[in-house]
Ligand binder design. Structure first.
Ligand SMILES: C[S@@+](CC[C@H](N)C(=O)[O-])C[C@H]1O[C@@H](n2cnc3c(N)ncnc32)[C@H](O)[C@@H]1O
Length: 288
């Protein structure tokens, strides 16, 4: 990926996400998913992604992330923050801004660019509702120390009532927080990098830590080292979280041929995005 230019940023603006943050949901259809096969760029990028998969990542994603050393500059960070907004739309995020929410967890937060989007979204909701806001702590946890450092370096709280905190942690082994500590948890692109056994451990830990709601974005295309989980809603339901909204969407705006991806880096993968709510949430008195 080259350093994004002002033109690359302008191309993202053309995607219209400021006016329509959920544009990717309307853009997807099963018929278009089938038509991806006619898109030469998608096929070429797909083959490249398969070929270029790092052997260390495929062999052991946990060791790969743990030893990763990848500082990211602010231009790339800002670009990726906006680029990923297409396929990580704010489904259910209005709940994060509602009175009564005081702790949100971003599990596998990476460089914190999407955690920043969550904070910006909440501050925006408060502003348009005319609230002063409520004290809200957003915690990002990641296995990679290097990524946690990136997150600490680049994120900024957009509101005096919002605290952003980042720490290293291994969700497979378990995190040092009490049951139902967080009101809501986001899991963007973590399940897809885990094998079946670690995934089960992470789902158990997620359900233990979360009192009310879970947002997930995860890939639905198979790649070396990446496992699609189309049955994720059933696995969450087994743990007391019912899916209230679920969508399939593309990684970038659909085009029959050519590309809308300004950097021409990624294939037009398909992902699922869902929000699941606790069927029997604990009462606030039991939590605080
Ligand atoms: C595909 S990246 C997604 C990053 C970020 N959520 C985003 O949307 O940009 C997956 C992230 O999960 C983290 N991760 C992998 N295994 C983990 C574990 N056991 N505990 C915590 N984080 C983990 C990786 O370090 C990596 O940053």
């Amino acid at each position: 990926m080259h350093v994004p230019t002002p033109e690359d940023f302008r191309a993202l603006t053309d995607w219209g996400l400021v006016e329509r943050p959920f544009a990717a949901i309307d853009d997807y259809s099963a018929e278009r998913e089938h038509r991806r096969t006619e898109n030469d760029r998608h096929q070429r990028r797909r083959r490249e992604q398969e070929r270029n998969a790092s052997a260390e990542f495929v062999a052991d994603s946990q060791a790969y992330y743990r030893s990763m050393d990848r500082p990211i500059d602010r231009t790339k960070w800002s670009y990726l923050k906006r680029r990923k907004a297409w396929f990580q739309p704010p489904v259910g995020w209005n709940r994060f801004a509602a009175p009564g929410t005081s702790r949100v967890l971003d599990l596998g937060c990476g460089d914190g660019d999407q955690t920043q989007r969550v904070a910006d979204f909440v501050a925006g909701q408060w502003l348009s509702a005319g609230y002063d806001g409520f004290p809200l702590e957003i915690v990002g946890v990641d296995l990679s120390e290097s990524r946690v450092e990136n997150a600490r370096r680049h994120t900024r709280s957009p509101h005096e009532k919002i605290t952003l905190r980042f720490e290293t942690g291994d969700t497979v082994a378990g995190l040092d927080y009490g049951d139902d500590f967080f009101d809501h948890t986001l899991v963007m692109g973590l399940f897809e990098v885990l094998g079946d056994d670690p995934l089960e451990a992470v789902l158990d830990e997620l359900a233990r830590l979360t009192a009310q709601g879970i947002y997930v974005r995860d890939i639905l295309d198979a790649y070396p080292g990446l496992t699609p989980r189309p049955d994720l809603s059933a696995r969450l339901a087994d743990r007391g979280f019912d899916t209230v909204e679920r969508h399939k969407l593309f990684e970038e705006p659909f085009v029959a041929t050519g590309t809308h991806d300004p950097l021409d880096v990624w294939p037009m993968n398909v992902h699922q995005v869902l929000f699941a709510a606790a069927t029997d949430p604990p009462s606030p008195e039991d939590r605080y």
